[in-house]
Design a protein around this ligand. Structure first.
Ligand code: SF4
Length: 279
């Protein structure tokens, strides 16, 4: 059984926190560049140009892409042939967040929900663990900004509402959100499972590469259909109008109870930050 030291986890997480908050992933840059080339509105083009310039400056100066450095969200795949030694895995991840957010001068956004007192160090992180075969520990990190997260919703549709009900809910959600989630956004959609699992499916779908195509052609076609419908809303970059309201739509679907149709829409802003490490 392979042993992984908690110190290595902490170091890796610390570095990921800084990198994710200062380097916009290439897939997101590519989508922003493509959108800028395709936009015809001058204000939409200018907003996209500024977003790309902001990404360049963040990379050069190592200053955060956005003042909101997010709540730290992790998806962790734990191989069943590894043993984490020297401490507790969840605590090592939290320690890495403390280190990364302090060393990177990243804004700490975690607070008590009622008193609103800041926890002071960016923790606790939200960590989703999955047990998988193998001898690897895969850690995927996403700093999730509050503005976009606030626009997300979970609902329980009636099964008879089907795809049309899903489509209407997603379109209405993005229309009502308007400029609030800092568009162009990425829309993660979780369909199926249970109430809470649909939200996890939606969040996990945001970890996909923006330029990929779903392996199931039927779902890939539905993603495209929704992307076209959402871009037809005309909200545009930062809500100033244009053809680019979303950079992508990602669907994650699993079976559900025959009496239910759980649906979650997790909205992500243009600052679609994510990082991944395999130990
Ligand atoms: S929604 Fe995203 S881009 Fe807007 S303020 Fe929050 S983190 Fe920044």
């Amino acid at each position: 059984m392979k042993e992984i030291q908690v110190m290595d986890v902490m170091e890796a997480v610390g570095k990921m926190c800084i990198k994710a908050n200062t380097e916009l992933p290439q897939d997101v840059r590519n989508k922003l560049e493509q959108a800028m080339a395709e936009e015809t509105s001058s204000s939409a083009k200018e907003v996209l140009r500024q977003l790309l310039e902001n990404a360049d400056l963040a990379m050069e100066t190592k200053l955060p892409l956005c003042q909101d450095c997010g709540l730290a969200v992790f998806f962790v795949e734990v191989g069943d042939d590894i043993k984490v030694v020297g401490g507790n895995l969840r605590e090592a991840i939290n320690e890495g967040v403390r280190k990364g957010y302090a060393e990177g001068y990243l804004r700490k956004s975690a607070c008590d929900p009622l008193t609103r007192v800041n926890t002071g160090d960016g923790t606790p992180a939200v960590v989703h663990f999955d047990l998988v075969p193998g001898d690897k520990l895969k850690i995927v990190f996403m700093p999730k900004g509050g503005g976009a997260e606030n626009m997300s919703r979970v609902t329980m549709l009636a099964p008879a509402q089907g795809w049309e009900g899903i489509k209407n809910f997603v379109i209405n959600r993005v229309a009502e959100a308007g400029p609030n989630p800092c568009p162009p956004t990425v829309i993660g959609i979780g369909i199926g499972g249970t109430f809470e699992h649909s939200a996890k499916l939606a969040k996990k779908s945001l970890m996909r590469n923006l330029e990929d195509t779903h392996s199931d052609p039927e779902i890939a076609a539905r993603e495209k259909e929704l992307e076209e419908a959402l871009n037809a809303l005309g909200i545009g970059p930062m809500g100033l109008g244009g053809k680019t309201t979303v950079l992508g739509v990602k669907i994650n679907m699993e079976p559900c109870h025959l009496a239910s149709l759980p649906l979650a829409v997790n909205v992500q802003c243009h600052s679609q930050r994510h990082e991944e490490v395999v130990l």
